[in-house]
Ligand binder design. Structure first.
Ligand code: PMP
Ligand code: GLU
Length: 402
């Protein structure tokens, strides 16, 4: 029997989606699982966007469309980038893909190859290293420190730059840490990208989900030289509660956008026609829905982080963006559970996540999947009732450790 291609053999399934699938399967079998695993807004897509999708079907927008996105959608994206980020782009600098994950994948396909190194600050979102490896390039993980609120410093980053450095992947606000960069760090990083001539892939999918008056800035807005090297990645999944519709986009240098479009023409073709029509309504429409969603996330964020910090052995920074708490639980490693059944030791974030899923029926993600084994990630994009219930269970389960 012939074997899989080497790249298929080495790829791991997305751990966030795998945990979500496991939690859903447990629920389907009648177990009352509290899901802090996958990160997606628990809010419904706003009515006017759903209506635009329904109208698209009725109006017959059910055929192939332009591969990189139809002009009215590109124009809505261009207007958004101008309005929110002060960025000017032309239509040939924009491509619409099947979710921000696909946007990142297309960038990876167009840019990374064998011999290339791609800098990824850790903790990172789960798909970044695998997308680099899928294209035969090498992810170079740049560690950050909890004491620095997980921010990279330009001095430290520079130590990892080599002539092979092709790109740096930035994610602000960050999944999983919820922390975000200020202008000072971005300016220093942008200067490095220009000096050493590498690309910056700026994943800004959580741009709209920020708290305490934090002002998001796009690194591309810091000047023409950095803009010429930056790919701004964004979408509607998080900002408009549209995870299932699958729409993400990339803004960047026209030659690479053209290559991404050619690649997309040989894989998915255009993003679903109905989704494109609904996304125009999302991007051009009112944002009052966002205010309500943010106020709710903010309340949950404070509650979750406060409660986590009260648990012995757990410490958690207050995130300023996204919808994740990322507590350090490493003080509990070495403790035992299930003494009566022979006893098992918790040695890692995966052990902790497995214990909390099996013993407390709470699904969450082990920090190792994000490149730091000392942490676990909890999504607070779920109801306050669930959050209270889940945290009660975690508190009790951790108290049972000996
Ligand atoms: N980047 C980050 C940091 C994310 O958390 C996600 C959501 N999983 C994505 C990209 C992909 O989002 P989308 O649903 O648009 O593919
Ligand atoms: N943003 C989500 C998460 O990190 C989605 C899951 C995924 O796309 O992998 O949980």
């Amino acid at each position: 029997m012939k074997t899989l291609a080497e790249r298929a053999g080495s790829i791991r399934p997305s751990p966030t989606l795998a945990i979500d699938a496991k939690a859903k399967a447990m629920k389907a079998s009648g177990i009352d699982v509290v899901g802090f695993g996958v990160g997606e807004p628990d809010f419904d897509t706003p009515e006017h966007i759903k209506e635009a999708g329904i109208k698209a079907i009725r109006d017959g927008h059910t055929k192939y469309m332009a591969v990189p996105g139809i002009d009215p959608l590109k124009d809505a994206i261009i207007a958004k980038l101008k309005r929110d980020n002060g960025l000017d782009y032309a239509r040939n600098e924009i491509i619409v893909s099947c979710g921000a994950k696909h946007s990142l994948y297309n960038v990876a396909q167009a840019l990374y190859g064998p011999g290339d190194e791609v800098l990824i600050p850790a903790p990172y979102w789960v798909s970044y290293p695998d997308q680099v490896m899928l294209n035969g390039a090498t992810p170079v993980i740049v560690p950050t420190r909890e004491e620095d609120r997980f921010a990279i410093s330009a001095e430290q980053l520079e130590r990892y730059i080599t002539p092979r450095t092709k790109a740096l992947i930035l994610n602000s606000p960050s999944n999983p840490t919820g922390l975000a960069y200020d202008r000072g760090v971005f300016e220093a990083v942008a200067a490095l990208a220009v000096k050493h001539d590498f690309y910056v892939v700026s994943d800004e999918i959580y741009e709209k989900l920020v708290y305490d008056g934090f002002q998001h800035i796009s690194i591309a807005s810091l000047g023409p030289e950095i803009k010429a090297r930056t790919f701004v990645i964004n979408g509607v999944s998080k900002s408009h509660a549209m995870t299932g519709w699958r729409m993400g986009y990339t803004a960047g240098p026209a030659n690479v956008i053209k290559a991404m479009s050619d690649i997309q023409s040989q894989s998915t073709s255009n993003v679903c026609s109905i989704t494109q029509m609904a996304s125009i309504a999302a991007l051009n429409g009112p944002e009052d829905f966002l205010k309500g969603m943010l106020a709710e996330f903010d309340k949950r964020r404070r509650y979750m982080v406060e409660r986590l910090n009260k648990m012995p052995g757990v410490s958690c920074l207050m995130p300023v963006g996204a919808f994740y708490a990322f507590p350090n639980v490493s003080a509990l490693y070495g403790k035992m559970y299930g003494k009566s059944a022979g006893g098992r030791k918790i040695n890692s974030s995966a052990d902790m996540a497995a214990y909390l899923l099996e013993d407390a029926n709470v699904a969450l993600v082990h920090g190792e999947a994000f490149g730091d084994d000392r942490f676990i990630r909890l999504s607070y994009a779920t109801s306050m009732e669930n959050i209270e219930k889940g945290l009660n269970r975690i508190e009790q389960a951790l108290a049972r450790l000996a």
